[in-house]
Design a protein around this ligand. Structure first.
Ligand code: MOS
Length: 695
């Protein structure tokens, strides 16, 4: 690597290039794909928690005017691959969780399809189901945790350190089950051309990655990749839930093949999303901290229990951030899973780090209180020189600078450490802090092409913009790498017609696609110099970053919260959230601030509002809509500030970017919980923090 790109367009706060299209309604989403003569599909979902379908009576549905077909496990096409049980839709009568799709109605309108779905009568052989995460129930040790981390790690003797320490904290913390609720529901339009076997499939799918979605779908249907095209220029939010195709994508494609000549549109309803689009597992985190009187940690341990579905393993890497955050000679992290009769968990913003920083960062606050040491200072005293997990140096690590800058901006230094003593106009007031961390992920595969056309530079890469700003920020990166004005760069993304790009996941988008664009720009300039002719084209791809073998690469942050708790009612308000992040170079302050603030808002929501309530009798989430599943709204967000340090890291990639989509949510809930404790003296260790837990 030859050092960092010279920034000119990078760092400017360009407006989103797709902004006007979106606010005027001209941006076309998956369900609005321009197809003729579309039919509409609506799933029928299982109403038992586990068992078998013994009979399906579709006569009444089929008799309804406008119904074209009703697919069940008896008449649906056999899929080429059923290896992924979540995607093996309508292949057998087995029911693995309540809400699983057991039939699909295809009709002339979505309303007719929905009505007909209600007319399908299903009989079951019902079995007992288990959908409650119980740390004392049956657990197993997965081979790895996501995406490929060791399940357990252990160094030294945590028990010995706990026994001999001056001060210890030993507590259990829990995070709730959470569901991603992007405004745009999961939706797919599917079209086969020509109709029937051997045809080519086009999917307009709301996805975080057209190329990875294509690979998955091609495999399920036994098609060559070039027989499938996935198109997705715009995404109305994903947060991980659109990071991998779920059952509805396969259903839409299967339905379109079953009604020859008709494209099929399928949009999940909000309640259906709670069973079919993934969710974040609840977690139980047993923490142990041991320290001397000066607050120097001698041990840190986290033992995690979480759930997966019996039909498909998804092992959230909740314990992983504890491996890296603080120095301690004795360390342990473990993960155990309960395989339950529940929908399949999946990706949700900062998987691992987001839930996994709740227990540790509240435990650190408890340790600070026990020691009488300021919580900012306690974290600084346990700053490691190298990554405690790998022994590698950090490519850059500015957690301490974030804590100091945040403390100064927030006014932390005037803080009275005593909990529960600030009563103003009937409200108890407190402040709290927590650390943030998120790894720098570079995906191994992405390619970009750059072509000169009418004197402009056309960059093509099958990347995604799920509201993150890719349309705009990739143009900024290309402009600087080509040393041309950003106005001369046109970016084309969101279609498998463009070169292979990795998923918009793990905050890896700018890192991976940006690196491919820089490679393409270097190749272009090498071939054609600075005075190219129309039609000149070059290609660039990312390979592994060799520095990743030698350096630990992470973004860090510090989050500060102010909580007000009504002394009579327990009502909780968070009038102030302030985050300072060290996340490499910021490509566009406008879109970056939006990312950080969005993450922090989602963290606030996790702290106070969000929880998916599982009814153990029936096996489904009862609050499966936005009326009952509460997410933070504008009224919940008051003074929300995101700041960042000017960080230059030439090890991570030529742009010096670290990825910012997820770090904003990490640590927020702990900062709020710590502030609520400082306000009230009540330590809430299970999320969300609702008023009943304070009274
Ligand atoms: Mo993010 S949960 O990796 O899309």
């Amino acid at each position: 690597m030859t050092g960092l790109l010279e920034p000119k367009a990078i760092g400017t706060d360009l407006r989103r290039r797709d902004g006007a299209l979106k606010v005027t309604g001209a941006a076309r989403y998956a369900y609005e794909a321009p197809v003729d003569n579309a039919a509409y599909a609506h799933p029928v979902q299982a109403t038992i928690g586990r068992g078998r379908v013994t009979s399906v009576d579709t006569a009444a549905a089929e008799a309804l005017d406008g119904v074209i077909a009703v697919l069940t496990h008896e008449n649906a096409e056999r899929l080429a691959s059923t290896e992924d049980a979540e995607l093996a839709v309508l292949q057998s009568g087995d029911v693995a969780f309540r809400g699983q799709v057991i039939a699909l109605v295809v009709a002339e309108t979505s309303e007719t399809a929905r009505h007909a779905a209600d007319l399908v009568t299903v009989h079951y052989d019902e079995q007992e189901h288990d959908c409650v995460l119980d740390p004392d129930g049956e657990l197993y040790k997965p081979d790895k945790v996501n995406p490929a981390f060791e399940t357990d790690t252990a160094v030294g003797d945590v028990a010995g350190a706990m026994a001999s320490a001056d001060v210890t904290v030993e507590q259990t913390y829990t995070t709730a089950m959470y569901h991603n609720n992007p405004l745009e529901p999961h939706a797919t339009t599917a079209l086969w051309q020509p109709a029937g076997d051997g045809g080519d499939l086009t999917l307009w799918d709301s996805t975080q990655g057209v190329h990875p979605a294509r690979s998955t779908v091609a495999e399920v249907f036994g098609l060559a990749e070039d027989q499938v095209r996935v198109v997705c220029p715009y995404v109305g939010g994903g947060f991980g839930s659109k990071g991998t195709p779920h059952a509805h994508v396969i259903l839409a494609a299967a339905a379109a093949r079953a009604v020859p000549g008709r494209p099929v549109k399928l949009a999940l309803t909000r309640p259906q999303m709670f069973a079919l689009a993934g969710y974040r597992t609840p977690t139980i985190q047993r923490m142990q901290l041991a320290a001397n009187r000066d607050g120097v940690l001698s041990a840190i341990a986290i033992d995690v229990v979480e759930q997966t579905s019996r039909i498909k393993e998804f092992a959230e890497q909740t314990g992983v951030p504890t491996r890296t955050m603080y120095r301690a000679p004795n360390r342990r992290t473990t993960h155990r899973l309960a395989a339950l009769d529940v929908p399949v968990p999946s990706w949700m913003r900062a998987p691992g780090e987001c839930p996994g920083m709740f227990g540790p960062e509240v435990a650190m606050d408890e340790l600070a209180e026990a020691l009488g040491i300021d919580p900012v200072e306690l974290r600084i005293r346990n700053e490691p020189e190298v990554d405690p997990d790998t022994g590698h140096p950090f490519s850059s690590r500015n957690l301490v600078a974030c804590l100091r800058e945040g403390a100064a901006r927030f006014g932390w230094d005037e803080r009275d450490p005593r909990p529960g003593v600030r009563l103003r106009d009937g409200w108890l007031i407190g402040t709290g802090v927590a650390s943030s961390v998120y790894p720098v992920h570079q995906m191994p595969q992405s390619t970009a092409t750059i072509r000169c056309e009418d004197g402009r530079y056309v960059v093509e890469i099958g990347a995604a913009d799920l509201g993150t700003g890719t349309w705009t920020t990739l143009a900024q990166i290309a402009a600087d790498a080509l040393a041309v004005p950003v106005a001369d760069v046109q970016v084309c993304i969101g279609d498998t017609a463009y070169p292979m790009a990795s998923v918009a996941g793990g905050s890896s988008g700018m890192i991976t696609w940006g690196s491919a664009v820089v490679e393409a720009a270097h190749a272009f300039r090498e071939k054609f110099g600075d005075d190219p002719a129309d039609g000149d084209e070059a290609e660039g791809s990312v390979s592994e970053n060799p520095m990743a073998e030698r350096y630990a690469m992470y973004a860090f942050g510090a989050q500060f919260a102010e909580a007000h708790v009504n002394a009579d009612t327990g009502e909780i308000r968070v009038p102030r959230l302030l985050g300072v992040f060290a996340a490499g170079r910021i490509v566009n302050p406008r879109t970056a601030r939006s990312q950080f603030q969005g993450g922090m808002t989602m963290g606030l929501s996790m702290a106070l509002h969000e929880t998916s309530v599982m009814d153990p009798r029936f096996g489904h989430v009862v609050n499966h809509d936005l009326a009952e599943y509460h997410v933070a709204t504008n009224a919940d967000v008051a003074d929300l500030q995101a700041h960042w340090l000017d960080e230059h890291d030439d090890k991570v990639n030529p742009m010096g970017v670290k990825g910012i989509g997820e770090i904003g949510i990490v640590g927020t809930a702990a900062a709020v919980a710590n502030a609520v404790h400082h306000a009230t003296g009540v330590r809430v260790r299970d999320l969300p923090i609702t008023l009943d837990k304070l009274l």
